[in-house]
Design a protein. Structure first.
Length: 494
């Protein structure tokens, strides 16, 4: 029996098994080894699945030999393999960083619990991306969310508990909306298999129940992906969570939620129905532009670097959803490639901020004053990430914004193209806040006698900094996968 045949199941099962094993050993060192090995195995499986679907093939895996739609199906195509690659690669890079990071931020007795929750969160995110079953997607969404709440609450600041509770309340509302939408679809179609649901929904697509299901799913998933103005949980969660948790969630959780929204829009309801017969593109356009401008303005007035970058994430999510509102292949390509590149950028940025927090003892701009004189590599990494957020050519952040502009010009929307450029200039304002603080001020007293972060922290961050430049110049993986997935989705959704 070939192991390759079971890669879709192993993609989820391996990190899932590592979670209880981490609890059983009850030692941080052993838990770290187990979960790290599981994440690397998940990355290997994701790469194999990405290569297997690169030519447009779709892999269907029936769990328990129950053929779909009767049993749960794992379904891998160009889009899902792209997301699997993003999530598993992020976990594989972040976990080595976690070992040194949590020593400073989480009590030693809770280290094994951290690794167990991390493995469960990874399991949930991978499961959302690979499952072909609507209710199974809800289950994995809750696994990732519940473990995410615990990871945030492990932060050393007492406000982390409040942030986790706030995320719990809003996340539960989002999950309730999502499961109501799934329930309505099941009542109308009699199936939970997404592919089967797409076939059965055709004749009843314009019924009130299906429209209500679409509305519930849109609101529920929008809460999870922090679409403006449903983003209130995100700033506190990113600010007070342990640094490694912030980096992992910023790079993966909202991106997987975006994937889920795209999957339902294109693969279940159909592009022609969602974007051509409903006013959803106009609504998404307004909310996206509001996110791009309002969140960037708010970010420019923050005095904490982690909170500043959190509001920047809300703004960048606006760019991703803006591409969806175009309803074109180029627009969808822009959304998918910006989703990938923003994950690389923001993951790297928060890892660098974690390096600064480990040395300076906090992420407030006041404590980071003069950081560049003490930690030149860390400061350079944060500036490089800021340039990617702005969309400077040569960085990966430029690719998505360039395609957003191309998609706007393709539709003759010069105003939207100018909006992308203008909002990108707002990013200069909040990036400059850090540049001024780190390079043009005297070092804070807490930095006296300090030096660069240890290699265990700096190496993973520098790896993602290299990725920001690599994917800004070599786009065959990021842009190639995004374009292929966009063409596939537009063809399926007609």
């Amino acid at each position: 029996m070939s192991l390759a045949l079971h890669l879709p199941a192993l993609q989820v099962v391996i990190p899932l098994i590592s979670a209880p094993l981490a609890v059983l050993v009850r030692r941080g060192g052993w838990a770290f080894l187990i979960v790290t090995a599981a994440s690397w195995a998940a990355l290997a499986a994701a790469i194999a699945l990405w290569l297997a679907t690169a030519d447009g093939a779709t892999i269907s895996y029936a769990l328990g030999n129950w053929p779909p739609p009767w049993g749960i199906e794992y379904r891998v195509d160009r889009l899902s393999s792209f997301v699997l690659l993003l999530v598993s690669a992020t976990a594989a890079i972040v976990l080595p960083y976690a070992r040194a990071s949590i020593e400073r931020e989480i009590p030693h007795a809770q280290h094994y619990l951290f690794y167990a929750m991390f493995a469960l969160c990874l399991t949930g995110l991978l499961g959302i991306a690979i499952t072909g079953d609507a209710f199974n997607a809800f289950v994995f969404l809750e696994i990732s969310s519940l473990s995410g709440y615990v990871l945030i609450a492990l932060g050393r600041d007492r406000r982390a508990l409040v942030a986790a509770y706030q995320y719990l309340i809003m996340g539960s509302i989002g999950a309730t909306f999502f499961v109501i939408g799934v329930g309505l679809l099941y009542l109308m179609t009699g199936t939970l298999n997404l592919a089967d649901m797409a076939e059965r929904i055709g004749a009843i697509r314009e019924s009130r129940s299906v429209l209500a299901a679409l509305a519930f799913l849109t609101v529920g998933i929008s809460l999870k992906l922090a679409l403006f103005p449903l983003h209130q949980w995100l700033p506190n969660a990113y600010t007070y969570a342990p640094s490694v948790v912030t980096a992992f969630l910023a790079a993966t959780a909202t991106k997987v939620s975006i994937y889920l929204l795209i999957r339902f829009y294109y693969s279940v309801f159909g592009e022609s129905f969602v974007f051509q017969k409903l006013p959803l593109p106009e609504i998404m356009l307004v909310m996206s532009i509001a996110a791009m401008f309002v969140a960037s303005l708010v970010a420019a007035f923050q005095n904490d670097l982690k909170r500043l970058l959190a509001y920047s994430s809300v703004s960048q999510i606006g760019y991703i959803t803006l591409g969806l509102s175009y309803d074109t292949v180029n627009g969808l390509t822009a959304s998918l490639v910006h989703m990938f590149n923003h994950a690389v950028t923001k993951g790297g940025l928060f890892l660098f901020v974690g390096c600064a927090v480990a040395v300076a003892g906090g992420s407030s701009l006041a404590r980071l004053s003069g950081l560049a004189r003490v930690m030149p590599l860390t400061s350079f990494g944060i500036v490089l990430g800021g340039l990617s957020l702005i969309g400077v050519p040569g960085t990966c952040g430029f690719i998505g914004k360039w395609y957003l502009i191309l998609a706007a010009l393709e539709k003759g929307q010069w105003g939207l193209a100018m909006a992308v450029v203008t909002s990108s200039l707002l990013a200069v304002a909040y990036v400059w806040r850090f540049v001024e603080t780190a390079y043009f001020r005297e070092p804070h007293a807490s930095l006296a006698g300090r030096k660069e972060a240890p290699p265990a922290l700096l190496a993973p961050a520098l790896l993602l900094a290299g990725a920001m430049l690599y994917f800004g110049l070599e786009t065959s993986v990021s842009l190639g996968s995004a374009a292929g997935a966009a063409v596939m989705l537009m063809a399926v959704g007609k």
